[in-house]
Design a binder for this molecule. Structure first.
Ligand code: HEC
Length: 193
């Protein structure tokens, strides 16, 4: 009796998880998410490089603090309902705080990286059922720290740069990274029908 009940529960839960969304819809959403990440990465890099060329790291910090959020919002697509953000476990901008699901996936990324997987290609996607019953497609792509990031996120930061960071972000936690560390992730969310 117990065994039969258990196998019924198992069958029902397996069937419902398979029905969460169809495979075509998922692969379209994964492709759209990768595209959005690529677009956002290119735009942010452009703003950073322009800022650095204009007046070095302190000018680039000013540029990033004013432009990073509007640029990020501009890549979200109201037409398709796709939303993209940048998140981290060690924050500079409090607007980029991760939610509980994102924290869990970032921790999994850390573990996957520690087990030898490359951060350069690391991603995760999942259909998450909300409390109200709606289904969300969620996608995350790791952001590795690399050498050029060290000027503003590394272990040894020039005094004027650090002063500028502290002035804009008094609660900054986003220093002390080494090249190859997990800096954060791009996170995409889209409501499914
Ligand atoms: C000129 C200084 C500067 C450099 C260089 C820099 N950043 Fe940042 N970074 C910032 C500032 C300022 C913010 C906060 C503004 C924002 O982006 O929302 C930030 C925020 C971030 C965030 C969002 C999470 C958070 O903590 O708010 C990520 C992810 C990030 N940077 C990754 C990188 C990576 C990866 C590189 C190297 C490719 C890099 N940064 C290089 C200044 C810099």
């Amino acid at each position: 009796m117990k065994k039969a009940l258990f196998s019924t529960i198992l069958t029902v839960s397996l069937a419902s998880s398979m029905n969460l969304a169809n495979a075509d819809e998922i692969s379209t959403n994964v492709a759209e998410s990768r595209e959005a990440v690529k677009t956002l990465f290119t735009k942010l890099k452009g703003a950073l490089v322009t800022g650095m060329k204009t007046g070095g790291p302190t000018a680039a910090i000013a540029a990033c603090s004013q432009q990073a959020q509007p640029i990020t919002d501009s890549v979200s697509d109201r037409r398709t309902g796709l939303e993209i953000r940048r998140i981290s476990l060690r924050l500079r901008n409090p607007d980029n705080a991760a939610d509980a699901w994102e924290i869990k996936i970032l921790q999994q990324f850390e573990a996957r990286s520690a087990a030898g997987e490359s951060l350069a290609t690391m991603e995760h996607h999942e259909v998450v059922k909300q409390k109200g019953g709606e289904k969300l497609f969620r996608y995350m792509k790791a952001i590795p720290a690399s050498k050029p990031c060290m000027v503003c996120h590394g272990e040894l930061i020039a005094t004027d740069v650090l002063q500028k960071i502290r002035a804009v972000y008094p609660l900054d936690q986003a220093t002390g990274f080494k090249p190859g560390d997990l800096r954060g992730a791009f996170s995409v969310t889209k409501a499914l029908n």
